[in-house]
Design a protein around this ligand. Structure first.
Ligand SMILES: CC(=O)N[C@@H]([C@@H](O)[C@H](O)[C@H](O)CO)[C@@H](O)CC(=O)C(=O)O
Length: 290
């Protein structure tokens, strides 16, 4: 059965500190209402790259304390500072996270040898399994099939969080590595990714939209492609509206409409304007009101 993971959001107070109660509410909502299979903690959606190391530790602690072993947990530990990534990999492993993930190193232009060393260093001395977080649109780092093969020489690297619209590469990767865990990262492209036999998905919009997405995955598994396509269409209407209204603050505003206290985004992300609030209310009414 294909797995559905929400990319966990972090609730912030207006001053950028972490709102623990709100973050816990979102975790509970994902587990109790969305019935997700897992949570991706410390990813882009969690605004992780805006956090101090102490705040990252705080989020990792809150998530596992709230979720316990109710769902699978993947901790994204990649950062600009390799020492920090290594520290966090050990930290989350000691907390009990069953899987970790690390974004490809970004900002500077690294050689593939440097990228490989980065992953091997993170995993050195850490008894855990890792998913490569590949998101070329944000990092500028695209990996080839040969490079994935070289990274997979480390047996602790078990798969890819594949946030990439290159479906040719996805097909090549899926078929070359049938035993690796491949989780699709673009919510609006889930259906074509399912057709290429990914093992599941991780995404931001699943925080709000998981039940519709589960229905789509079930329809796909049952061979009802028309129904899966119709559900993807509705999801994509919602995703388009969320993106047009600035996706990260909008996800939180819609969560607030649902009664879940998702808090603020962290600067320099935008604080919501009255217009954004009004649009988020409409998105809630159009797509998520029960
Ligand atoms: C850049 C970004 O936020 N990508 C999202 C998608 O879920 C994305 O928001 C969605 O497909 C809308 O474009 C996920 O791939 C990110 C993710 O899972 C994470 O790291 O939090």
């Amino acid at each position: 059965m294909k797995k559905l993971y929400s990319a966990l959001m972090t609730a912030f107070n207006e001053d950028g500190s972490i709102n623990e109660a709100g973050t816990r509410e979102m975790i509970r909502y994902n587990i109790d209402v969305n019935k997700v299979d897992g949570l991706y903690v410390g990813g882009s959606t969690g605004e992780n790259f805006l956090l101090s190391p102490e705040q990252k530790k705080q989020v990792f602690k809150i998530a596992i304390d709230e979720a316990k072993s109710d769902v699978d947990l993947i901790a994204q530990v990649g950062s600009l500072d390799l020492n920090e990534s290594k520290f966090l990999a050990k930290f989350v492993t000691d907390l009990g996270y069953p899987k970790i993930s690390a974004v490809t190193p970004f900002y500077y232009k690294y050689t593939f040898e440097e990228i490989k060393d980065y992953y091997n260093e993170i995993l050195k001395g850490v008894d855990n399994k890792l998913l490569i977080y590949s998101i070329p649109a944000l990092t500028g780092v695209g990996l080839s099939i040969e490079q994935f093969a070289e990274l997979f020489e480390n047996p602790k690297i078990i798969g890819i969080k594949y946030t990439n619209a290159d479906f040719y590469l996805l097909e090549r990767v899926r078929n070359k590595f049938p035993d690796k865990l491949i989780l699709s990262g673009f919510d609006e492209m889930l259906l074509p990714a399912l057709a290429l036999n990914v093992d599941g998905c991780i995404g931001s919009t699943y925080n709000l939209n998981a039940p519709r997405v589960r229905a789509e995955m079930d329809a796909f598994d049952a061979g009802d492609i028309d129904k899966a396509r119709e559900l993807q269409k509705v999801s994509n209407d919602a995703i388009t509206a969320l993106i047009q209204n600035d996706i990260y603050p909008s996800l939180k505003l819609v969560f607030e409409e649902m009664g879940v206290h998702a808090g603020f985004t962290k600067a320099p992300m935008a604080k919501p304007t009255d217009e954004m609030r009004a649009d988020a209310k409409k998105i809630y009414q159009d797509y998520f009101k029960k």
